[in-house]
Structures are given as C-alpha cells and as structure tokens.
Design a protein around this ligand. Structure first.
Ligand SMILES: Cc1ncc(COP(=O)(O)O)c(C=O)c1O
Length: 457
C-alpha cells in the first residue's frame, strides 16, 4: 500500500495547515528586522513594497545583500535564492563577468541616449539565438510585450489581441486581463470571460482582448476565425502557473492557425528566455513566432528588455508607421551587461551544465514524491523546475486552480525558515543559476525531503 492510500487527501491538507501555523510563528520570530523595515516602508509606499508582487503576509523578507546563489536578509538569515528575481538573475547575483563589464563601462559612461556600438552587437547575439533578424531594446518585459503588440497591430491593421487565461505579460492595460481571475466570474473553461485584473482598465481596452485556455487549439481557431485579431500573445511554456508545458503538437497547431488567419504569433519569453536554453523557449519548442519578447535573464540582473521580429514586422518601425521610443533603450550599461551574459557567461556548455544539474535536482524531488506516494509531481524546463501539488500534469489555468494550495503554502513557508527562498506566489518555479553550486542546488531537495517526512509521519 502506498503512503497516500494510508493518508487521505483531507488528512494531508490538515497536516499541511498545522505545519503552516507553526512555521508562520517561527517566521515572525526570525524576521523581526524585516517586520520593522516593512512597518517603516508601509508609511511611505503602498503595502511597503516597490512592486505589489513583492508583498505577502505577515511581511516580506527584506534583503540586505546577495551574491552568487544566495541572499541575506536584514536579520542576518541566509537563504539559497531559488527565485533569482523571477529568473532575472540567471547568471547569479553579481556574476564576476557581468560585474567587470559594468564596472568597465562606468569609465566610459552610463547613458548616451544616442547609439553605441554595443547596440548592434547585442542585437546580433539575440538574432543568432532566436533566428529573428531585427531587434529593439526596452527596459522591462512590460515594455517589450507592449511594443510587440503595437507592431502586430501596425502590420495587420487590426485591433484585437488574444491571450490565454492565467497568462501574465506585464502591467500594461491590454494584457492585465484574466491574469488570475476568480473562477466565480471566469465563465466557461473553453470560452473564458475576459476579467480585468485591476481597476483602471477601460471598457474599450477590455473589449479588444479575447481570452482562451492554453493547450486548446480549437479555442484559438474559434477566436481567430473572426479575422480581426492582430496578435496571439503566449508564453511558449507557461511559467506563471508553475510550469505548464504545451501538449505534443499544440504549438505547431498554434503556428498553423495564426498563419491561416493572418494573426501575428508573439512568444512572450520574458520568463522562459535564455533560462530555457541557448536558443530560448523558441529553440526548445522548435516553433518560430513572428515576434519574441525578452527581459529578465538577458540582462544579468540589470533592467533590460528586448523584442525581436521578422523583417516584415520590424519594418513597421523602420518605415515610421509604428513608433518605438525610450530614453534608456539600449543604454550602454545594460548593453555591457547583456554582452557579457550572452558571450561570456551563458555559453552553450554552461547552458548544458546548468540544465543537467537541474535535471538531477528535479529527479531527486520526484523520487521523494514517488517514495511517499504523494499527489504531486515535478516539472522541468531548462534551468527552471517546480513541484506542482496535483497528481497529473496541468494543462491550463483551470487545472492549476485545482492544485492543492494548502500543501504548496506549507512547503513554501517550511522552506523559507530553512533557508530556501522561493517566490511568494505559489505559482512560480525555482531557477538554478549559473552560480548555484551543486550543494546549493541540492539544498532544495534535502529540505523538501524533510518537509515530506514531516507530512507523512
Ligand atoms: C511572462 C512575463 N511577461 C512579461 C513580464 C513583465 O516583465 P517586467 O516585470 O520586466 O515588466 C513578466 C514579469 O514577470 C512575465 O513573467
């Protein structure tokens, strides 16, 4: 008899809740400095944080320093960082090569607001990885998706866009729809109702965004058949609901359907990016989009985004039909960092090494799950991995909503008190960076084993 047969799901959830209660008390005890810093910050910043993603109860960890694969909070607690800025620190915190490049650039100037030679150099490096000829730089993933959508509207002369339910593409209006809608209002699974994620979205914007389930080619075809859709924006592998892989053939069908209806296919690779491998998620899934959006991992910890596209798409900017602007675009500091990331740090060999290390970590966690017979599974995509608290692989947002959040939260808070820093959202994944040591990577597996042992006994 497997362990889950002896422990019913309801009993597991009860055990998870009692672990959570105890761990929350410990958390409060060991993070008094973070509490104090947050109390101060709440007086001058909503929720006491610079981005609402960073807020959680009772208060977030407030960090004083980070290097390589670790962070230290203001109470002196040290964590192995598996969040790595949602993947922005794929190189590791302050990688020596990135640091040297940025330090050297300081001698030559940080901002020109006129081109530098590195602009073309970095664009060439991205063109080689993504097999798309033309690139522009931005300062964030939000700007990259916003600009790519504008290019798609320019080339098609159409207004509407399609996104998947549960997908996050940054914080501009037209994609802040059905990010994580409550199922009470989300409508039927195969034809979700577009739900604004925030106040401030106008009815006009809401009316331009159609929402479909991920992994459902028929729903995409229905949405595009009206002939008025400029773009389908999608992560090739969804990384804002754990890691949700495309089912075999799905993305190939997406490519065929978008072509059939003259809709631009935008891959949002802000998260997958080069954490997925040398040629990104695009290379890993083997489907060529019309436009790709990047940020996070390409900047080595500096604020850099980019979007690339086919010649025809990017000619919209060349011709002046679509305007793409920005004071800090392609600034030499971020360019120096990106050049170091793309040439010195994230070499094909380094990508392979980090993916192999991650595969061993994923398989160790899966062994723990199998031995205990838990209703959970692991997923890997490149240097990222996750434990999803559901017996079967999830296909879309509705499956994700059916996962066990009590167990996920208990694992998260149990981990943080033992030096395992994961993003707070329960919808994220770990990242093994270029600087995590083998011991640091496997720290996750050891603490996960402790958590499972406690859950089962
Ligand atoms: C898939 C995806 N797209 C876009 C963004 C927005 O990027 P940024 O936070 O740099 O604006 C994010 C941020 O997490 C993301 O996960």
């Amino acid at each position: 008899m497997s362990a889950t047969e002896s422990i019913p799901t309801r009993e597991l959830a009860e055990r998870a809740k009692s672990i959570t209660q105890r761990e929350l008390r410990t958390y409060i005890e060991r993070t008094k400095g973070s509490q104090k810093a947050t109390d101060r910050a709440r007086k001058v910043m909503p929720l006491g944080v610079p981005s609402s993603f960073q807020a959680y109860d009772p208060h977030p960890i407030v960090v004083r320093r980070a290097q390589a694969g670790w962070m230290e909070d203001v109470d002196g607690n040290r964590y192995v960082d598996y969040d790595m800025g949602y993947g922005a620190l794929f190189t590791g915190h302050c990688h020596p090569a990135v640091r040297a490049a940025v330090e050297l650039q300081m001698d030559y100037g940080t901002l020109f607001v006129t081109p530098c030679e590195m602009n073309a150099e970095v664009a060439e490096l991205l063109a080689a990885r993504y097999n798309l000829p033309m690139w522009r730089f931005t300062n964030s993933g939000t700007e990259a998706t916003m600009d790519a959508i504008r290019v798609a509207r320019g080339i098609t002369g159409r207004n509407k866009i399609v996104k998947v339910e549960g997908g996050y593409h940054g914080h501009h209006d037209e994609v802040m729809i059905s990010m994580k809608p409550s199922l009470d209002v989300a409508g039927p699974a195969d034809n979700p109702t577009p739900i604004p994620a925030t106040a401030g979205i106008t009815p006009g914007v809401l009316a331009e965004t159609k929402v479909i389930p991920y992994n459902d080619a028929a729903a995409l075809e229905r949405a595009l058949a009206t002939g008025d859709v400029a773009a389908f924006i999608v992560e090739p592998v969804m990384e804002n609901i754990g890691i949700c892989l495309p089912q075999p053939g799905y993305l190939q069908q997406v490519r065929e359907i978008t072509r059939k209806y003259g809709t631009m296919l935008i891959f949002d690779e802000v998260k997958t990016g080069i954490t997925a491998g040398w040629s990104g998620g695009t290379g890993a899934v083997g489907v060529q989009p019309d436009l790709v959006c990047l940020a996070k991992s390409i900047g080595g910890g500096l604020p850099l985004g980019a979007f690339g596209g086919t010649q025809e798409c990017m000619d919209q900017i060349t011709s002046g039909r679509v305007l793409h602007l920005g004071t800090y675009n392609g600034n030499p500091l971020c360019m120096a960092a990106a050049r170091a990331v793309l040439t010195e740090v994230c070499t094909p060999e380094a990508h392979q090494k980090v993916n192999e290390l991650n595969a061993r970590l994923v398989s160790s966690c899966q062994d723990t799950i199998d031995r205990a017979g838990l209703p959970a599974h692991t997923v890997q995509f490149g240097a990222k991995g996750c434990v999803t608290w559901a017996p079967e692989h999830i296909r879309n947002y509705r499956d994700y909503k059916a996962t066990d959040f009590d167990l996920a939260f208990a694992q998260w808070i149990h981990g943080i008190n033992r030096g395992i820093l994961l993003p707070p959202g329960l919808d994220e994944q770990w990242l093994i960076s270029m600087m995590h040591t083998e011991a640091e990577a496997f720290q996750y597996a050891h603490v996960f084993q402790d958590f499972v042992d406690e859950l089962m006994h």
